[in-house]
Design a protein around this ligand. Structure first.
Ligand SMILES: C[S@@+](CC[C@H](N)C(=O)[O-])C[C@H]1O[C@@H](n2cnc3c(N)ncnc32)[C@H](O)[C@@H]1O
Length: 200
């Protein structure tokens, strides 16, 4: 299944038909960043796609590492940063890398952002991701996550997506939920989550 999903992401970027690549930063990201609740520091965008949200963070004073397994997406993210924030390019680093194996991570982050990546991983990959997320974030760090709810694909029970109890179990005990906003993506349930590392 993991390779099939990889193919789907690759095809989506290759053909320019990536429905998530809307060019619009989600209001949840805008609200959090502009709320003043977070002091800009080092952020990581996990499954950053073409870099839109990482660049939004950069414009707001963050130093950002954007990570995605798709080279096409990372090339576009680098080009976007060069075009849109040329003066701030040193604040951006986009790399082709795997969110389930953070050997690329050299520092600990103040903020992790994941818009639509974690929910596409297999359960074993999610466990690995969560372990690294905790290892490479600072105590007191925030984690903003967008995930679709669990759904069946081709009769494969819960083969895609994550429900709130699964997200919370994955991140326990290090991460405390600050809020959850439930929504709908087409026919599917979805939610935004904000967590804080509370194991200081
Ligand atoms: C639904 S897209 C969202 C992209 C971006 N966050 C956005 O909102 O435009 C999910 C992204 O996660 C990436 N991805 C999936 N599995 C990954 C993995 N194991 N490591 C790194 N990136 C991954 C995909 O290539 C894709 O760009």
């Amino acid at each position: 299944m993991a390779w099939k999903r990889k193919m789907l992401f690759w095809m989506a970027y290759l053909t320019g038909k990536a429905p998530w690549d809307t060019g619009v930063t989600p209001p949840e990201v805008i609200r959090l960043v502009q709320s003043g609740e977070l002091t800009p520091g080092c952020a990581v965008d996990l499954g950053c796609g073409t870099g839109l949200n990482a660049i939004f963070l950069i414009r707001h004073g963050w130093q950002v590492v954007g990570v995605d397994s798709e080279p096409i997406a990372i090339r576009r993210a680098r080009r976007r940063a060069a075009q849109e924030v040329p003066a701030l390019r040193q604040q951006a680093c986009f790399m082709v890398a795997d969110v389930t194996d953070w050997r690329w991570a050299g520092i600990r982050y103040d903020l992790a952002l994941d818009i639509g990546c974690l929910h596409s991983l297999t359960p074993a990959e999610q466990q690995s991701y969560a372990m690294y997320l905790t290892r490479y974030t600072k105590p007191g760090a925030h984690f903003l996550l967008y995930a679709r709810g669990a759904q069946r694909l081709n009769g494969d029970a819960a083969s895609f997506g994550l429900d709130q109890p699964q997200v919370e179990a994955l991140l326990a005990p290090a991460w405390q939920s600050l809020w959850v906003q439930r929504g709908q993506e087409g026919a599917h349930a979805s939610a935004w989550y904000l967590f804080k590392r509370d194991d200081t």
